[in-house]
Design a protein around this ligand. Structure first.
Ligand code: CTP
Length: 425
């Protein structure tokens, strides 16, 4: 998960953090702490109900700013107009069913809803409620109305809710909310609903190829780029299957089906099974090219085993198999981490790999000297098989993900209707 490190002063922004009256308000303290620590100026606007869960002193201590509560406080400052007008982002979490309903109807009966009416910046609502409330036709309709107006209503996570209940409607983890907010501050149009009705399969992380029960051949992939692609895709409306090999300690993206695998052959099996139903397959995973020829059921001893532990065989190339077997209209995307060498620079190797693998698009990252692996920022090029090459701006991995999805969405629009007839909620 991308951590929000301290931002440069010129990137510090004004955020209105609206807090709804739900038990998940306690998790939003962590969202506030991360945004404030990143250098943003965060004005907290809790609803009356939110203050029954977390009191004003907590919000004031964490933000370092007074909390705005009522329409009739600080009237000379006209906060019900100023807060929205001057914000770079309005973030509301938890967005309760009641708040979604009031926002959809354009009510201005408290400071937070009045702020929503005056805001012209990106607005991100992060819902949290019980599954029945989230799935109720009234809420579904309110969410559709808000989205049709350009408000970003995040997909909630599934999991443990208040009490013993579990299902869809859980607030996404604070790190994930901060990541989406940071993305919108960098790029206001990063989350259009252009993947609604699309099913995408994304592989992420690094495979591990066992030598024995203790040792394996692995690589330095953290999975962050693949997780960022999954997170952005689901918020753009896609149904996402994330096939995750080994990763750093990352939070599962909200609203995504995560299937865990370990070896290249396990990844191949899961990806090839899911792919025929997908509109897009993105292979971000660092798949080991080789595996030990003779993995041992017992630990290999240093002395006397008589085995050559580094004898290797070639793994299947999943991307090439996907390209060969893809259904009509499916878009297959590869990733390539390159260093450049005496045979050519990073782009030259990328172009050759695109041709060799036969995929529609290839994202090329420069690695080494701090690039791509185990860091939160990334940069590169999106190469298309029709010869178009787009440079991807330097920034957080979610920013790169949003630019990659732009390229994929443009191709999808030209090539294929959705694989499913599923209607967007
Ligand atoms: N890939 C794959 N199966 C493999 C190896 C790679 O599907 N056995 C996919 C990766 O997920 C990635 C793309 O192929 O999308 C490029 O991976 P890379 O390791 O750069 O390609 P290689 O063919 O292994 O080339 P190189 O010789 O540069 O390692």
């Amino acid at each position: 998960m991308t951590q929000a490190g301290p931002v440069r002063p010129d990137l510090s922004r004004r955020i209105v953090l609206g807090v709804g009256g739900g038990i998940a308000a306690y998790k939003v303290c962590e969202v506030l702490r991360r945004l404030a620590e990143a250098g943003h100026q965060v004005r907290v606007v809790p609803t009356e109900a939110a203050l029954r869960f977390v009191g004003a002193p907590t919000w004031e201590a964490l933000s370092g700013l007074p909390v705005h509560q009522g329409l009739f406080d600080d009237v000379p400052e006209v906060p019900h107009v100023r807060l929205g007008q001057t914000a770079d982002l309005v973030l509301i979490a938890p967005a309760t069913a009641d708040l979604l309903a009031r926002a959809a109807h354009g009510r201005a009966d408290d400071l937070l809803c009045a702020t929503l009416l005056t805001a012209r910046c990106p607005v991100l609502l992060v819902p949290a409620m019980h599954t029945e409330m989230w799935e109720h036709p009234a809420t579904v309709h309110n969410v559709a109305v808000l989205r049709s107006r350009g408000t970003i209503v995040a997909q909630p996570a599934s999991g443990r809710l208040t009490g013993a209940d579990s299902g869809a409607g859980r607030l996404p983890e604070p790190a994930e909310i901060v990541d989406l907010a940071t993305l919108l501050l960098r790029r206001a149009d990063a989350l259009p609903r252009d993947l609604a009705g699309r099913h995408v399969v994304i592989s992420a992380g690094g495979t591990r190829e066992p030598l024995d029960p203790v040792r394996y051949l692995g690589n330095r992939s953290s999975g962050r780029q693949g997780y960022a692609l999954a997170r952005v895709a689901v918020q753009r409306g896609a149904q996402v299957t994330l096939v995750a090999a080994h990763t750093a300690d990352l939070t599962d993206p909200a609203g995504v089906e995560v299937v865990r695998v370990s070896t290249a052959r396990e990844m191949r099996e899961v990806v090839l099974k899911a792919a025929p139903h997908a509109d897009v397959v993105v292979m971000v995973a660092a798949v080991a090219d080789f595996r030990p020829a003779n993995p041992q059921p017992r630990k290999i001893k240093k002395v006397g085993s008589g085995l050559d532990p580094v004898s290797l065989v070639v793994n299947p190339d999943i991307l090439v198999e996907l390209v060969r077997g893809r259904p009509q209209g499916q878009i297959v995307v590869g990733f390539a981490a390159e260093t450049g060498d005496s045979d050519g620079d990073v782009l030259t190797h990328g172009r050759a790999k695109l041709a060799r693998k036969g995929c529609d698009l290839l994202v090329v990252n420069a690695v080494g000297e701090g690039g791509a692996f185990e860091v939160d920022h990334n940069t590169g090029w999106l190469l298309s098989d029709d010869g178009v090459e787009t440079e991807l701006p330097q920034g957080p991995k979610s920013l790169l993900a949003s630019h990659v999805w732009d390229g994929i969405a443009a191709r999808l629009e030209r090539s294929a209707p959705p694989s499913s007839a599923r209607l967007d909620a």
